[in-house]
Structures are given as C-alpha cells and as structure tokens.
Design a protein around this ligand. Structure first.
Ligand code: F6P
Length: 497
C-alpha cells in the first residue's frame, strides 16, 4: 500500500545513488549441461534502495546508479538502460559503467577512505590521495552526464549520499532550471574536523548546487552551515530560514530523520513462529533457556564492535554467574572489503571473538556466536523478534536503522534496546532505550546487567514508547516529508523567478 504523494516534484524524477536497486548476476557455470551461465537478479542489501524502489515504481522516472557487474550490462540496452522491476517494468534503471581504476579511486578511495571517516570524525583513518580525488571528480562528472541525459529542460533530480558531493554543481551549471535535492545519509563533521580536508571548498561548492539539502538531524545541518560560514566566505548563511545564499542561488538545509518500513517489519516478525526460533537456536548451538543478545552490523569501524566485545568481556569477567546464561550473537556483514581498514577490522573482530570464546566458553555454552550468513529480511525480522536484547554501539552513526528495525519487530514488547548516544537514532529513542556508551566499558556492562534484570512492566512500557515513535516516523512518512518540503521549496523558487 503506497501512501506517498509526490507534491509536484515527483514527475520524471531522476534519482541518483551509488548502489542500484536491482543487481543482475551470473548463476551456474554451465557445467550442468545447459551450455552457459544464466542471469539472475536480486536486490542489494540496504534499506535505502528497498525504500525508494516502490516510489520510483509509481513515478515512472529514471534511477541512475553504478552497475557493478558484467551481467548488469549484459541485460541492458546499448545505452546501459534496463527496465525494472524485471518481472513488471515500471521505471528505467540507467547503469553507469565504471572502470576498475575508477572504482578504486572514487568508491574505495575518496568516498570510503576520505569522506566516510572524515564525516564520522575519525580523523586518524582519513586518507587523501590525489588519484582518489581525481577519480571522485571524474565519476561525479560521469553521473552528472548520465543525469543530464534525463533532466533536459528541468525536472527534479534527487542525489543520495556522500558519493555525489560534486555532481549537483555540475548538473546545476549545465541545467539551471532543474530542481536539485540531495539527502546526505551520514553525519556532517564540525568545522575543526572538516578543516583537515584539502578539498573542503570544492565539496561545499558542489553541495550548494542543490536547491534542497537534507540530513538526518538538525545538528548535522547546523554543522554544515557552520562549515560554509567558515570556509566559503562568499556565501551567506540565513540561520533563521535555514538557507545558504551563494552565487545567486539559494540552498535550503533541512533535517529528515530516516525511518524504517515499520508495518512491513511488524508483519514479518509476526510471521516468525516459535519453530523459527528453535531452528535458529539449534543451528547455532544456543540452549533454549539461554538469554540471547543480538548485534547486527556491517563490519564497519564506526559500529563500535570491538568496544562492544570489550564490554562483554568485562561483563563475563565481573559477573561469572552470567556465564552459561547469556549468549551474544554477532551477525556481521562484510563491507568495503578492499579497503585495508575494513580488512584489519574484520580480522580483529574474528580474533577477539575466538579469544573470548576460548576464555569463557564451556563444552555446552559459547559466550559469542559469530555469523556472516546472509539472512533474508523475513528471517532477520524473526531473529530480531526473539532476541531478548539488542546491542547497538556505534562510535558515530548518521542514524542507525538496525535500532529502529529491532524496535519495529518487538511485536510482543518484550525486548530491551541498548543504544549508543552517538547514533542519530538515539535522539528519537532515548525515552525507551538504555544508554549504551561504547567508550565506557564498565557502564556498558552495568547497562547489560540492568537490561537482564528489568521487570516485564518496565520492558513493555519502554518498548511501547519506542514502537510508537518508530511507527509514527516510518519510511513512508519520511518520504512524504522530504517530497512535501521539496514541493514547497520548488514553488517558492518558481515564484521568485
Ligand atoms: O550509511 C551510508 C550507506 O551508504 C548506506 O546508505 C548503505 O546502506 C551503507 O552505507 C552501505 O555502504 P556500501 O554501499 O558502501 O556497501
């Protein structure tokens, strides 16, 4: 059931994201006698592409994204376009083909070794390399060119995330009548951190090609405007209106906290029965009376996984009675694996888990279960539902949708969410979650103990408060809010002309 209105901005929308909503890939190797490989399609993991796909299906627009495999182009036409969804085409997916060097420079390099750590204020991990920047600029130009093929004579373009900080300026220069909007899915850093970036002026200039720039939290928008004031003296910030005036153009800066599809998650977790839980416990050797704590993360250094393991070690060390009683399941998902910092992190997490299991484990109990198995969303909602605790401990996170998914799946109101105050989601969930500070090991262990001892009344009351919030501020509401604001901003701009 679609709830979104398009508020006049949706027609012929061109959406731009690094990840594509559908990915084609080869299956089999022909060894079964059919003489060749067949092509299958799946949806890359990620709430964003899943959430925006239904909107695009209604709008009949174009989605421009990186096509990252041979099969993606084998099914596309000579312009690298393919109609999707494959079984019932509703809109065009325009795939952008990138060379190996471009991917290394733009994606592995500038996006994920410069901007990602910079925006998460992890300055020790930031790397600026000339080649990375050159590729980032070139790839932004490639995407801008792709957009311009579909946005002739105006139209609306919606950029997603930190991969495209330069493309808005490129598109605006070529097509001043296009309405450009951008949602930045990660935090924006303070001026003192952004200062270390040699390309700070170009990045700000690029983003200010947009008419509307959105962040998860008001705080990130404020930091962005502070950076503009400090590093782009030609620009003027109108703090009252939340606008930046720069080179005869106005960029409106707003916050839109991203939500999850709470109704869908509720339905999926309601469908997960006791058999599902029993199978999961059996599969991982977790006894039926053992309390289950869960962590679900991309294996990213911003998620605070080593810090969480340290807290668990302290917990089992200082509360020996919990040994045999509590198992922590870490579901990890490999990510950006060609970047050395991610490879090191993965090794470190796996070594630490082995060490803790060695230290505390017994013949019939393991303190930590580690799995990288890919569960589909239905199964994941089931796992969330029967997990007694969820441990979410990012060192910094734009929003963190795992926290919201866990809450939405608590149809029995029974679980406890332990949430880092450094996750954007904490702003909305602090009434019900227990604070879980990844930097304070002893306090983290206390929080887990408190969660384990919490009585049913308090658990239910906290969870109900959070569920209400997650349902009120869900994904369709977010989309509606973004599109309604865009409609208003666009109408104001048109009046001004
Ligand atoms: O949080 C930012 C983000 O780009 C998400 O939109 C996405 O789910 C995640 O990072 C995954 O990153 P990647 O596309 O690099 O695998």
């Amino acid at each position: 059931e679609q709830r979104q209105e398009t508020h006049g901005v949706g027609e012929n929308l061109v959406l731009v994201s690094n990840r594509q909503p559908y990915r084609h890939h080869y299956e089999g190797d022909g060894s079964d006698g059919d003489g060749g490989r067949s092509i299958a399609v799946d949806n890359p993991v990620g709430g964003l592409t899943a959430g925006l796909d239904p909107v695009m299906q209604r709008l009949d627009g174009t989605w421009v994204a990186w096509g990252d495999g041979e099969a993606d182009f084998a099914v596309a036409d000579e312009d690298d376009q393919v109609a999707v969804p494959p079984e019932n085409p509703e809109y065009t997916l325009q795939r952008v083909r990138l060379s190996e060097d471009e991917v290394r420079g733009y994606y592995d390099g500038y996006a994920n070794q410069a901007l990602w750590p910079l925006c998460h204020t992890d300055t020790c991990r930031v790397r600026f390399e000339g080649d990375h920047w050159r590729h980032y600029r070139e790839v932004n130009q490639r995407f801008a060119d792709g957009v311009l093929e579909h946005a002739q004579g105006g139209g609306t373009v919606w950029f997603q995330d930190y991969h495209f900080a330069l493309a808005p300026r490129m598109v605006k220069t070529a097509e001043p009548d296009a309405f450009l909007m951008h949602f930045y899915h990660i935090p924006w850093p303070a001026p003192d951190v952004f200062r270390i970036c040699p390309q700070r002026t170009e990045l700000l200039d690029g983003l200010l090609g947009n008419d509307l720039l959105g962040f998860h939290l008001p705080r990130y928008g404020t930091l962005f405007m502070e950076c503009v004031e400090e590093f782009l003296p030609e620009a003027t910030v109108d703090w009252g209106a939340g606008e930046v005036h720069y080179e005869d153009h106005v960029t409106t800066v707003r916050s839109f906290p991203l939500g999850v599809d709470a109704d869908d998650i509720r339905q999926k977790s309601e469908d997960a029965d006791g058999m599902f839980e029993a199978r999961f416990r059996h599969e991982h050797g977790i006894g039926e009376d053992v309390t289950l704590a869960l962590g679900v993360d991309r294996l990213d250094y911003t998620k605070g996984i080593p810090q969480r393991l340290e807290i668990l070690e302290h917990l089992f060390e200082t509360r020996p009675s919990l040994r045999g009683e509590l198992t922590y399941v870490q579901k990890g998902c490999g990510t950006r694996e060609r970047v050395p910092a991610y490879q090191r992190l993965r090794d470190r997490i796996e070594d630490e888990i082995d060490r803790l299991n060695e230290r505390f484990g017994t013949d019939d109990w393991q303190p930590i279960v580690y799995t990288t198995k890919m569960y589909d969303h239905d199964a994941l909602c089931g796992i969330y539902r029967f997990s007694d605790l969820a441990l979410v401990s990012p060192l910094r996170d734009g929003m963190n949708l795992v926290a919201k998914e866990y809450v939405a799946s608590q149809v029995d109101d029974d679980g406890v969410l332990l949430l880092s105050p450094l996750a954007g989601a904490y702003e909305e969930l602090s009434d019900g979650a227990l604070e879980f500070d990844p930097y304070d090991t002893a306090a983290g262990a206390d929080a887990i103990e408190r969660a384990l001892e919490m009585d049913e009344r308090e658990r239910h009351s906290r969870m109900r408060t959070m569920r209400r919030r997650v349902h009120e501020a869900d994904l369709p509401t977010w989309l509606d809010d973004v599109l309604e604001t865009a409609g208003q901003v666009r109408a104001t701009r048109l009046e001004g002309h």
